[in-house]
Design a protein around this ligand. Structure first.
Ligand code: ATP
Ligand code: ZN
Ligand code: ZN
Length: 806
């Protein structure tokens, strides 16, 4: 019997599995989807791998090595996930090993180590220093930190003489948490008898006996018993020797906790629009026709309530449900809402969990102990079986696209899995991505709309403040007089305020403070990016560049410069102007610690602060009834992203954050500060008019030939030497130009923003295409050249439908 294994060797990036012999002892247990340890390469270094196939025959069997060890006795990847992995690697020009690893909790990634092993102990006598290091041990850990560098030459010599050898280890970091448990084993009368025999001073034993008398006949954690009855370990151990109880060890799950307990909730009565959406979705859950739904509902329209009731429907017919939410902010509030409905039947997966929690939640899913999973991007790989419904909330969010290898989009994975399970896929947003909305237009998705707020309240009214004027008035480019007055009103009324400082794209662009002008590329219509090192503005798509202007091209003003205030500065500013207001700050710095988002939001919900100031992470999902004013300090930063989706991002962000105001009975207002008050994305966000935005943006995308009319791929090259990076980028582009379809458009190569990340220079090519099989083949070929390029010091990245052009 032979196993085909995808090995974990970063430098051997290949999608070809290696064949290993299966030793007799493993024949019964080895299965597809298991992790194994195998020797690899000339040195027979031990590496971890995934068994992707098992065969009865193989070629050149005499040369084959043997599987050394199985990591666990059950497969970690089931049939579905193995198939998904193969497809995903192909589709995203990624390597299978990185895809397979991405599907599992981080701790399941093997850690490698080395050891020094003594082969002939008696020969060490002549080497006292080395002997001292071993100190009678057969094996010592060997890494660069723990071995004295002066000893290295001696060790090398001994290795050559075969006195010692270097051994390789594969360490399993995934640890199961065990707790001590106890169980009563006798009947009531036995314990009563014991109780009568006790001396009156033996109070602890008496307390234990009274517990044992009524204890359920199952194992309970020793710690709980000790705490509850005020006992100690000595008493428990003594009782065990007396035969009163038995002790054992049991696995205990580390279940992620929220700041405050979750209160159970009941389904709300749906309004007519919600009901209509619910009926369409659940009909498909019960009798699936492989439908994808796009639920387009204004902010506060009660999309979440529809999700929850649809999940309940899936559960009621014995299916499971998977719900994806964007990373960070949304997670605690959303997790709370889902848990309040489905209690312990919910597993949670997001980056805020500890490794142990993540691993345990994963195992609860794997063991089919839960039926609902809520989580961020990577939860899309949750090993649920029998899925009836997959929901992607805020489906337009860029965090669903992984920016690292493998560069997958959770939406694509969800689509694949829903096809596999014949499950319903539900995409929801107040501002759907143009791709999804266009698919609904074509009838690929079924469009469902919620046009009213669920609480019957109106959408907030928005006032656009022209900062070009405001700045003339008081020279304060943080708070306009209009925003300040509105804030004072709310503070007087004890209402709350959300302020957003948009840091997306920040500091990489220039803007004229007098007319709002930002230089854009003449070929690509995207904002030019500041490259300080060369003193130029550069287009990230085609490489067009011009010098950084000192004067505005449009109005001649000299106040054309980079933008820049941080949240900390704004807090200081607020404290100065509005000393009575209590401010909470939410940004990457204040949310780094585990549970901090939940804590901050709980405090704000309890009105322990008047103002919540945050970056774009506060834009989504927040549902606070007392918030009646939203202030957007700088609407423009997203508009100047070097990205053809800049307007879309701006519209989405502004609409989302505006939607935080006036969600309950009190009406809401939004004040939107901008240097570009006439821009259509800003004008349409004012009225939260998604449909109008969609139409206008589609016509521009058509004119400039961007998504969804064209697909895009980005190729990036990195090298320590700028010339080398440019050279390989140009060579590859020229090679591709001869292969691709004539309708395909190649932009670039162009240098990236932060052209030097980790001491490397980056060059990129952006390709726009409609249907180009040649291009796809060429990219696959290019990916397989990656290994060879790596040897030349070139890092290659192929990114399908990129969302990051920084
Ligand atoms: N049928 C209903 N009857 C009464 N209240 C409802 C109903 N549905 C939802 N709500 C309430 O309306 C508010 C907004 O709902 P929800 O948060 O689900 O909207 P949403 O569309 O998901 O919002 P957003 O996209 O802005 O985050 C919530 O407080 C929710 O409890
Ligand atoms: Zn100007
Ligand atoms: Zn350009």
């Amino acid at each position: 019997m032979y196993a085909q294994v995808i090995v974990d060797v970063p430098t051997m990036q290949t999608n070809r599995p290696y064949t290993y012999r299966v030793p007799a002892a493993m024949k019964e247990i080895l299965q597809r989807g298991m992790r194994v340890v195998v020797p690899f390469g000339k040195g027979n270094r031990l590496v971890q791998g995934f068994v992707v196939a098992i065969k009865e025959n193989a070629e050149q069997v005499e040369k084959l090595k043997e599987v050394i060890q199985v990591v666990e006795i059950e497969p970690v990847l089931n049939e579905e996930l193995l198939q998904l992995g193969a497809w995903l690697a192909d589709y995203n020009f990624a390597f299978q090993i990185s895809v397979l690893q991405t599907m599992l909790p981080n701790v399941m990634r093997a850690k490698y180590g080395k050891v020094l092993r003594v082969l002939e102990p008696e020969k060490l006598r002549d080497w006292p220093q080395v002997a001292l290091m071993f100190a009678d041990r057969k094996e010592v850990p060997f890494d660069n930190d723990n071995v004295d560098h002066e000893l290295l030459p001696q060790l090398l010599k001994l290795q050559k003489q075969n006195v010692i050898e270097i051994g390789y280890l594969v360490k399993n970091r995934a640890k199961v948490k065990m707790v001590n448990v106890l169980k009563s084993i006798k009947d009531m009368s036995f314990y009563q008898e014991q109780l009568q025999k006790l001396r009156s001073s033996a109070v602890k034993q008496a307390r234990l006996l009274s517990f044992l008398m009524h204890a359920p006949s199952k194992f309970v954690p020793v710690k709980d018993v000790i705490k509850r009855y005020n006992l100690d370990y000595a008493v428990i151990n003594q009782a065990e020797t007396k035969g009163w109880l038995v002790q054992d060890q049991m696995e205990s799950y580390r279940i992620p906790k929220l700041q405050t307990p979750v209160q159970p909730s009941q389904p709300l009565e749906l309004n007519a629009e919600q009901q209509k959406a619910y009926d369409a979705i659940t009909a498909n859950i019960v009798e699936p026709e492989k439908r994808t739904f796009l639920l387009e509902g204004v902010t506060g329209s009660g999309k979440t309530e529809v999700y929850l009731q649809a999940i309940a429907k899936a559960l009621s017919i014995g299916k499971t449900a998977l719900m994806l939410v964007p990373e960070i902010t949304l997670t605690p509030q959303m997790v709370r809402r889902v848990k309040s409905r489905f209690g312990d039947d919910v597993a949670v997966m997001h980056s805020g969990l500890s490794d142990g929690e993540r691993y345990d939640e994963w195992r609860r899913i794997q063991r089919q102990e839960v039926h609902v999973v809520v989580g961020a991007r990577s939860a899309v790989f949750a090993p649920l079986i029998n899925i009836g419904l997959i929901i992607i909330d805020e489906e337009h969010e860029t965090s669903y696209k992984q920016d690292d290898n493998p560069r997958y989009h959770a939406r694509d994975v969800a689509q694949w899995r829903s096809d596999y399970h014949n499950a319903t896929l539900l995409l929801g947003s107040a501002t759907p991505s143009l791709e999804s909305r266009a698919r609904a237009q074509k009838g690929v998705y079924q469009l469902l709309t919620l046009t009213q707020r669920a609480t019957r309240g109106a959408l907030p009214t928005t006032e656009i403040v022209d900062m070009r004027e405001a700045i003339k008035y008081n020279n304060d480019d943080v708070l306009s007089p209009q925003l300040l007055t509105s804030m004072q009103e709310r503070l007087a009324r004890q209402e709350q305020i959300v302020l957003m400082l948009n840091r997306r794209g920040y500091a990489n662009f220039i803007i004229c403070r007098d007319c709002g002008y930002t230089p854009r590329c003449v070929n690509c219509d995207v904002a030019l990016t500041v490259h300080k090192d060369v003193g130029r503005l550069v287009c990230h798509y085609c490489g067009y560049s011009e010098t950084i202007p000192r004067q505005c091209k449009i109005c001649g003003s000299k106040r054309i410069r980079q933008f820049g205030t941080g949240t900390q500065k704004v807090v200081e500013h607020l404290n100065e102007i509005l000393p009575e207001a209590r401010v909470l700050r939410m940004d990457v710095d204040t949310t780094r610690k585990k549970g901090s988002v939940d804590k901050l939001l709980t405090a704000f919900g309890d009105h322990k602060a008047d103002i919540l100031l945050g970056t774009q992470m506060i834009a989504k999902g927040l549902d606070f009834p007392n918030v009646t004013l939203v202030g957007i300090l700088n609407a423009d930063t997203t508009l100047t992203l070097p990205d053809f989706r800049a307007s879309e991002r701006t519209f989405q962000l502004l609409t989302q954050v505006s939607g935080r105001a006036g969600r309950a009975d009190k009406p809401g207002n939004v004040i939107l500060q901008t240097f570009n008050p006439e821009h259509y994305a800003i004008q349409l966000a004012k009225d939260q008019d998604y449909e109008a935005f969609y139409r206008q943006e589609m016509s521009l995308r058509h004119a400039w030939r961007y998504t969804p009319y064209y697909f895009t791929v980005q190729i990036k090259f990195a090298h320590e030497q700028v010339n080398e990076a440019a050279k390989i980028a140009f060579e590859t582009t020229n090679w591709l130009k001869n292969i691709v379809d004539k309708e395909t458009i190649m932009l670039g190569p162009a240098p990236s923003t932060i052209s030097r990340i980790k001491n490397k220079y980056y060059y990129r090519v952006v390709i726009k295409y409609r249907y180009d099989q040649n291009l796809m083949q060429a990219l696959t070929e290019l990916m397989h050249k990656g290994q060879q390029l790596q040897r030349q010091g070139v890092t290659l990245m192929i990114d399908r439908e990129p969302t990051n052009f920084m």
